[in-house]
Every structure is written in C-alpha cells, then in structure tokens.
Write a protein that binds this ligand. Structure first.
Ligand code: GCO
Length: 456
C-alpha cells in the first residue's frame, strides 16, 4: 500500500477515557464522573477516576509516542478541568496540565490535534439542562475562547466536537451514555441543534483567535459499501448511507447517520431524510424565529471533516444493492463489531461525493482480547491484520482521487471504553490497570514501521 509523502499519521485518545485525576487540582465533576458512579451504568462496574492515570503519566506516554515515530496526537480537553463549573472561573491547574501536554508534544516533534469536546460536559451545566439548554452554547463558545487564546500559539489543528451522534444519541436518546437520559425525539433534536450551534460558535471563535488554525469536527454513522471498487457509486449505496432506514427506526438508533451532522455543518440545512423522526422536528423548528441565523452559524466554513469509521454495511450490486445478509461466522472484533475493510474505501468516497471537503480518518481501530504473553510481550496479530486490511482500502481510495489527508488510530493506549468499561482494549499500547505499566503491543511496532516507510 502507498500513501502520499505528506500523509498525516497519528493516534487518538480522549480526556475522560485516559486521564483519571478525576477530582485532582480543582477539576469539577463532569457528567461522566456522575454517570459512571451510578450503579449499573458501566459494564464492569468501573469508572474513570483513575483510568490510565495519564493525568500523571503523560510524559511517559508522550515518550512512547516519540519512540514509535508517531508525529500527530489527537487528544481532548476536559472542559470541567479547565472551567470547573462550565462557566466563570478558570482553573489554572487545568490549563497548566494541558500546557504540559501540548509543550510535551511539541518538544518531541509531535503535532497536537486538540478536540474541544469529547463528551465530558461539566456536571454544573447538566444540572441546568446540559445540551437541552441553549445557554450551553454560549458557555461552549466562552470555553472554546479560553482554549483558543491560551493554546492557539501552539495548537493549529482543532476538532470542535466529537461524534454528536453518540453523545446526543446515546446520552439523551437511549440513555446508555452520560447523562443517561431518554428523551423524546423532539427534545433530543433540541439537544442536537444546540450541539451543532456550539460547533458553529467554536469554529467562529477559533478562526477569530487563531487565523492559521485548521478546523474540523469528527462524526460517525452508518455507511453502505459494495465489495468491489466500482467506477460509479451506485445510487442505492449512497441512499442507504444518507437516509435513515426502517431498521434503525426500530432499534431506536435513527441518529446514527453522517448527514444529520455534516449536512447542517457543510450545506447549512438539515437533510432530506423522510422517515427520520428528526425530520419533523427540524421542519417544526424551521418556523422558529432566528432559525436561519442558527443555520448560518452552524455552517461556518470548515477545513476538513473527521470521520470515525469502524465498520459498514455490505450491499449486493447483483441484487439491486440490497443489504447483504452477513454469513454465519462473519469476522468480528472482541467488542462484536464486524470487520469490514471495504468501508474504508467507500466511506470516504461517499462523504467526499456528498460534501467535497478534505477529510481525515479521526478514528479507526479494533478491540482485541489482548494480554501479556509468556515472553512479556503483547502479540496482537488480529489488530495488525485489521489495520492492514483497512489501510489498503484507504490507500486505494486516495489513489482514486479522494482527498483523505490523515489517519488517527483509535486508540493510543487501552482506555475506558465508556459504558463497556476497561475490558475492551483498543490501544496500540497495553495498560495493566493494576500497576499502570505500559507495554507497547506488536501492532504499535508494526504501525511505527509502516508510517516510517519501512518494510512491514
Ligand atoms: C468515539 C469514541 C471513542 C470510542 C471509540 C471506540 O468517538 O466513539 O470517540 O471514544 O472509544 O470510538 O468505540
């Protein structure tokens, strides 16, 4: 497989999943602190109080990144570590921590890619309605300004929000994620709209404060694919990828689509998606005063789109591009997600055809049942195989003219996989949670050789 000379190779993490230090040095509680302490919310009964202890061990982690030659690191800022109540007083110790992370990256030749929001909303804001409350948008704008003013001299790559599909869909829809609410579609959609407004405000602020910033947002969703690399994209595939289907309505996951985030962000309007319950909500909202201005704010020009791609849905061109029944025993990762490398070809291609913006793969990876072997190493050939398959498809789509500029492996280290707990290991680096010892996995050495252009 081949990649352009200037291709951006990186790896990713998020604050709540790795930091720990949940109540240290003036940090306020986030909705994930509250949620994870509620019995029955996290599969293995754990929480992020300590996580990978990156709050204390980031130097060691950055050394590992450097030793692997990984030159781009995507991480997120914990809002309540910086502004404990969500608005008002700034916690200097919080900013100092991220100063050390940012400077630590730069000293090691690593470009920091900062995500403003990866789900850890200050609990104080949730107490006032969280994403249901439009005041959260202004709070987000002010929080982003603090980050832009403080870090903008050193941080040039920014993600505003990460996966609204999940933090709204699972947080305020199905209740599986913090804050654990199960709202009706109309109320969910209000949250959704507010999250997109927050994104728009953030883009505007970062642009204003850091004129040479490169700004995007990361989203995820359903994507259809066919096995072959056809010349034309069958209409049935993109119809599938960008329209809510009956099965998602039935399982209550109708929010899990790219178009609900990227249509408003890029095209300035909500999608034409007839059977989604949100279409009615968007229609109703469109008669509210200020709606046009809202859409203008949401659709601030972006430099790139971040795609978090893990798997897709195969369709059969021989059969009118119907969804293909998966065969018995179809390959799966440890968390149970299907291994579908072709989505790494068809996903970026369809997003490119619909939105016409450069992209980075902001997340991709697999969870494995990793462990330390008798020889003291972590052998994870399944992760290497997964990466090789997905990256070959990515290399092909780039060759076909689709501008994917970078790839961030999810994740850097093993970490707290939200409500699934610590059992799901996505990292290139193994964490022994009893001792916090780090062990670099075989896949990390493989990735390191790949990105340095060595024989893999
Ligand atoms: C995400 C998440 C990550 C997850 C990863 C694996 O953006 O969903 O951003 O936090 O851990 O996707 O599920």
């Amino acid at each position: 497989m081949e990649f352009p000379q200037d291709f951006i190779w990186g790896t990713a993490s998020s604050s709540y999943q790795i930091e720990g230090g949940a109540f240290d040095d003036g940090k306020g509680p986030s909705i994930w602190d509250t949620f994870s302490h509620r019995p029955g919310t996290i599969a293995d009964g754990t929480n992020g109080d300590v996580a990978c202890d990156s709050y204390h061990r980031f130097e060691e982690d950055l050394d590992i990144l450097k030793s692997l030659g990984i030159r781009n690191y995507r991480f997120s800022v914990s809002w309540p570590r910086v502004i404990p109540e969500g608005t008002g007083d700034i916690n200097k110790a919080g900013l100092e921590y991220y100063d050390k992370v940012v400077d630590g990256c730069i000293e090691r030749g690593i470009d920091p890619w900062m995500t403003v929001y990866h789900w850890d909303l200050p609990q104080a804001l949730e107490d006032k309605g969280g994403w249901q409350n439009r005041d959260t948008v202004a709070a987000f704008r002010d929080y982003t300004r603090v980050l832009a003013e403080h870090f903008g001299d050193r941080v040039k790559h920014w993600f505003t929000i990460n996966e609204p599909e999940i933090f709204i869909g699972l947080g305020y829809g199905t209740g599986e994620h913090a804050p654990g609410l199960r709202l009706e579609p109309r109320e969910q959609f209000r949250c959704w709209h507010n999250a997109l407004l927050a994104h728009g405000e953030a883009v505007r602020v970062i642009r204003d404060v850091v004129p040479d910033a490169v700004i995007g947002a990361a989203a995820t969703g359903m994507l259809g694919y066919v096995h072959e690399h056809l010349k034309e994209t069958p209409k049935e595939i993109s119809d599938f990828s960008f329209h809510t289907g009956e099965s998602q309505l039935k399982d209550g996951h109708f929010f899990f689509f790219y178009q609900w985030a990227f249509d408003p962000m890029v095209k300035g309007k909500y999608p034409d998606d007839p059977i989604s319950p949100w279409s009615r909500c968007a229609e109703e909202m469109s008669s509210e005063e200020g709606f046009r201005e809202d859409m203008e704010l949401i659709s601030q020009p972006l430099d790139f789109l971040g795609l978090n791609i893990y798997n897709g849905t195969e369709m059969d061109p021989a059969n009118g591009c119907q969804v293909m029944q998966r065969y018995v025993g179809f390959p799966r990762t440890a968390i149970g997600w299907h291994v579908t490398p072709e989505v790494m070809y068809w996903g970026p291609r369809q997003i490119w055809e619909r939105y016409g913006l450069p992209m980075v793969i902001s997340e991709d990876g697999q969870s494995c049942n990793d462990r330390i072997f008798l020889d003291g190493k972590v052998h994870d050939p399944d992760r290497i195989d997964f990466l090789q398959r997905y990256l070959e498809e990515l290399s092909d789509v780039i060759k076909d003219g689709v501008p994917v500029k970078g790839f961030f492996h999810w994740s850097f280290t093993d970490n707290l996989e939200w409500n699934s707990g610590y059992d799901e290991r996505f990292g290139l680096v193994y964490i022994d949670y009893r001792t916090q010892d780090r062990t670099v996995k075989d896949s990390a050495y493989w990735y390191s050789r790949l990105i340095q252009g060595k024989q893999i």
